[in-house]
Design a protein around this ligand. Sequence first.
Ligand SMILES: [Zn+2]
Length: 476
Amino acid sequence: MTMPYFVDVSSSLHEKILNEGRRENVINVEIYSDDPDDHVLVDRYWAMNEDGKFKENVADLLPYKEIKNIHQLTQHISQVSQAWDRNQTCSHCEGFHQVFVRADIRRTLQKLKTRCVDCRNLEEENQRAEKLRLRERLEKLTEENLATDHDYSEISDDAALILLALHQAINPRLLSGTFMYRDCINLTPSDSDFFIDKLRNSQILLSHYLAAKEGTYSMNGDEIWHYPAQACFFLVPDSKLGRSENALSILENRDYTDHLALRNLWLDYAVADCHRYLLDQCIDYDFQLEEEESKQMKSIFRTALEIHSVSELWSMVWKIVKDAASLSQRTYSNSRKASATIPGKAQRFLEKVSKGENTLKQWARREQHPEGTLGQVFWDYFSIDATTTGSEVFRIFDVVIPSSDEVGLLILPSKELMAKARADGIEAEVLICLAGFIRQGLSVVDAIREVLQQYSQLGLPQESEINEEREDLGDD
Ligand SMILES: [Zn+2]
């Protein structure tokens, strides 16, 4: 191999053509061989006359040494030289397009739709470097995330409830692995991503960048872009108890006192429960709400939920979607026009309800519409379900659970006590025993604990004891 020998096989022609405002069959060639015969061969192969036609037929160049056919000849020429067609320029760098055989050249000037070989090679090299840079960034970020921990006692009340519900929804993955948005759909009847994002925003769930499938993340300058649907998350461990059932029990047994946060969480959940009913009804009637209409409906639900129950709003949804469906059958209407009327119908329906001109009914949950594990958590902790009115929920969080620490402490032991008593059918005995301890001067929470401790000895008390206790209670 020697230094490339540059030949402009038709430079005189090129100049002539440029002067005439035309460019045709202008080839640049570099020859890398020491053999003078190769130089002559390559020159002859690409040489053109003034009409822009090749001077010689390729067949006339044969035989060349051992080479007997055209295919071998062009292969040999490609091995000892490279050629570029000045009529074809790269879409990116404006460089000339590499050509291998005469058929590759163009008679008129044209810009290629694709990039030239050099650009493609450079691009591939850049992509490899970018991929490596991305991988290093993702490794570092994942390492940082995996080294993070969280004091579970500092998790907010609303996040704690979502976390407990999430554990039920994706058990056992919350404690043992990673998961994606789509794995969490059993958390709420709709919009489960919204609730997952609350945990992500609180830094309780973090991204595991390396667990996501290839192509999820990409670099855009210095920023990392990603497809949210493919992102994987994991639960940040508690600083003392790690990622364990014990750590979650800190949340189960805590004192839930942030009523504003709990009430707002219930509103978010209840809106999702109403929205799911709306989505199912729309599917039945082949309606598709636009994003803005969905947002309007969620706002309407949220306001109405301050007074009404979820199941009452389902009855409204059932009615207005049915009305929209009959509207869509009319000659001047169609499905799109009719679905656009749904938010307005809902608004007017509720206005009439507030004036006493319309009534809401308790409506049943549809079979394909689950309450979600967050709904179960609201039932387990606060006895709130779809039939509980918004006013009642607000009362529960404002009045029934005052901000005293003691009531918060009562929730779980009293749940345990009542569940046991009901299971064994000795509710009355348990209450009598509890009343006895309170009369002795114990605080309510201590009395419950005392009853729990004595529970196995409670059994079925003597008839005389019950009567005696009843009389005592009556005196109070
Ligand atoms: Zn290029």
